[in-house]
Write a protein that binds this ligand. Sequence first.
Ligand code: MCN
Ligand code: FES
Ligand code: FES
Length: 907
Amino acid sequence: MYNTTLIINGIPKIVITTPETMLSTVLREQLHLLGTKVGCGKGECGACSVIMNGKVVRACITRMKRVEEEAEITTIEGLGTANDLHPLQLSWMIHGAAQCGFCTPGFIVSAKALLDENINPTRQDVRDWFQKHRNICRCTGYIPLVDAVMDAARLMRGEVKKEDLWFKLKEGDSLIGTKAIRPSAVAKVTGNWRFGADLGLELPENTLHIKLVQAKVPHANILSIDTSEAEKMPGVYKVITYMDVPGTNRINGLAFPNNKGDGKERPILNDKKIFQFGDAIAMILADTEYQAEQAIDKVKVEIQELPAYMSAPAAMAEDAIEIHPGTPNVFFETEVVKGEDTSSIMEKADYVVEDDFYVGRQPHLPLEPDVGFAYINESEELVIHSKSVGIHVHAAMVAEGIGIPLEKLKIVQNPTGGTFGYKFSPTIEALLGVAALITKRPVYLGFNMYQQITYTGKRSPFFMHVKMGADKDGKLLALESDWSVDHGPYCEFGDMLTTRGAQFIGAGYDIPNIRGEGREVCTNHAWGSAFRGYGSPQSLFSSEVLIDELADKMGLDPLELRYKNVYRKGSTTPTGCEPDVICLPDMLDKLRPQYKKSKKAAAEKNKISKDKKYGSGIALLLYSSGLDGADTSEAWAEITPTGVSVGNSWEDHGQGADMGTLTISYEVLKQLGIKPEQIKLVMNDMQKTPDSGPAGGSRSNVLTGNATRVACENLVTALKNPDGTYRTYDEMIAENLPVKYSGKWTAPCTAADVHTGQGNPFPCYMYGALLAEVEVNIKTGKARVTGLSMLSDVGTIINRLIVDGQMYGGLAQGIGLALSEDFEDIKKHTTLTACGIPQVRDVPDDINIEYLETPRPYGPFGASGAGEMPLSAPHAAIVNAIYDACGVRITKLPAKPDKILAALKKL
Ligand code: MCN
Ligand code: FES
Ligand code: FES
């Protein structure tokens, strides 16, 4: 140990530490500067960036022995405060650049160092800076971040004033469609937004720290678990195995009735078998994280290894043993039966194309690793804080397994650093619940990035075979499909996912006759969890690439073939119902001029370019808003002495649930004469907020937006006097009238039949058409996206900054899905970089987004959802553009350089 003095944000501070301690640990745990975040902990993401003696450093890899005495260190706390924001912080808010906000402090601090050096940077300078300093963002697609730096520089040069850029609301005006700033932005840009790991540092002293003993093989029988040696390790309070779990030790996966399993195959702590790499076998509870960590290897687990089935075809092989004895490896089967039998139609069709497709195991890669804590509250209830994006449904899934009555279990969502869907499934909630229930002490569990990547759910790969038939004019006559979904060992929500194949293969087109079969397959690879797009990126990839193959065969332009077949009045979706609105023809009309220009420009460049080839491709983007059938949501609104409180469980991944709730509430409540700042949001705490359903399936804006609207309308109606004026809070109390009103909204829908896929499952859909431009280096096989142009229709836009952010972020993830992201090799794909997370250089600065705003009959104020559509098929447009550039048709993602090069060599 030694002592040193550091100049932290201009103030000398004495620090007692060790040479090997990381600067991030000193800042966070000793100096309580929690604005510096730790994401990867390995120098890959820049979340921990601080300025040391004028240079940006990543604090998570900077050992104290490299920090000089009296080093001047600037953290986010040194830039500005809520009342005196730095221009970068202002600009970050103005541009909606903090979505989840986990990367925000690191980016802002990094940008400050840039502007200290160069107050007049170009956009490319800013991008190069973020690339050089490894600042990574998973939410924004980088464009809003570069916009924010450019405007901050203008503010600092005095070319523009805050008032010119800052959103102002005129009294009585609507907030809808504006660039109003989300309520959480100020905390995010000042480093005051407290994520799970930050709150973890503020837990009481008697908190126990949990580390997991995890499986190192994907499939095995557990013969014995010996914890005796681990129990004797210093600081270890207890080692918990399945034998200690008070409940059934099973998570309820809420299986569909015709699922062949009961949905309860996922253990909280593995007992008889290991089903996948990383499964939790025991929990070490100790006074410190370090002590818990030291005891992991002391737990002796004796196993008998079994053959591991690492893909759907392997698990379906005849000689494959049942992964869950008693349940076949094919958990669930579904079909699509629309119109006439397709075989005779295919025989007669003028043109038929068919192909195999594969969309792989995309890792979610949020920058904040999974984290949570639990305790018993003053009412003897078990309270679990986590990144859950489905607090009520997760309580129902884990209560019995933990061994607590449902009414005694309360889940609270912590401020969350992105999930992209992996938290649609419970992850560590049940582990935390068991540990707190047994020990009656607060417990904390935080994953590192390795655990986040290897032991949370992944996108489920689809193996697809699809066939399309068309008449001589290109009118689609029939579609046949077959898809196998590799869902890993646990079935939860995998049956629902499998039905997405029936609903979205061929979606966007009026195809009168469809036959198809899909199945959910249990394997020993990573368990499948929801990932933004949820089945549409897999399904649409097949049909959006195959329609290009059809166009090629017919000698037609891919845009024109699409134009001929997209939904028009009288068309039906693959589920046999009318689309909510017709907007695709208009979209393609609007995209056409740019598409033609882009094709021409690529052809010109190709005439002179030798090593690099250029191309343009398009795809329809499409997804639904809502969970299948009569999906429902609840909210409440309460008049208070100072305004109105609005309560719902619209969980926030980072997408902007706070802004959605505020805008929709204000739109109803503004007639009371109140201002947005008088609306208090009470969100995502089962102790206070009703069951609004999970924030998945891009459902919240429609479902919880409507429930919030109804709650506010009910309050307004109750406040209304016969003369049209409104009662105040005091008058309501004086008249003995209730002050709190609930609102509920149920989608007027019927779930699709699992035997035919037919029904009207969703109240709203989101649509888009994307033009992707690529450059392919034919010497190396490396493809690069150089530009994206999207026409999009998500109905009425509730908040423009939020929707723009959703589009940019989703498209950037589509680039990753197309070209780099993978979690196939569990030994290799264990870091953000190895998993192929897009960095700023991978996402073009040239992204152009335009909107149509066709009002949705069932959306609140005409709005649909927005979150998932931009990731539904950008990868198809990119792959189509690669074909246009160099004649290589990649049908199995990701299109990495070796794959493209091998295909080029075959040409
Ligand atoms: N919105 C709007 N106008 C519309 C439609 C939506 O302003 N016409 C806004 C909504 O108010 C909301 C956002 O757009 O703030 C997304 O709305 P919606 O599509 O209803 O989605 P949810 O709120 O249910 O959010 C979930 C969705 C999903 S399923 C995933 S996965 C996802 C996503 O949104 N994960 C995200 N966006 C994400 N964004 C970030 N930054 N991080 C994630 O993990
Ligand atoms: Fe330090 Fe990622 S670079 S947390
Ligand atoms: Fe950048 Fe979420 S806002 S990671």
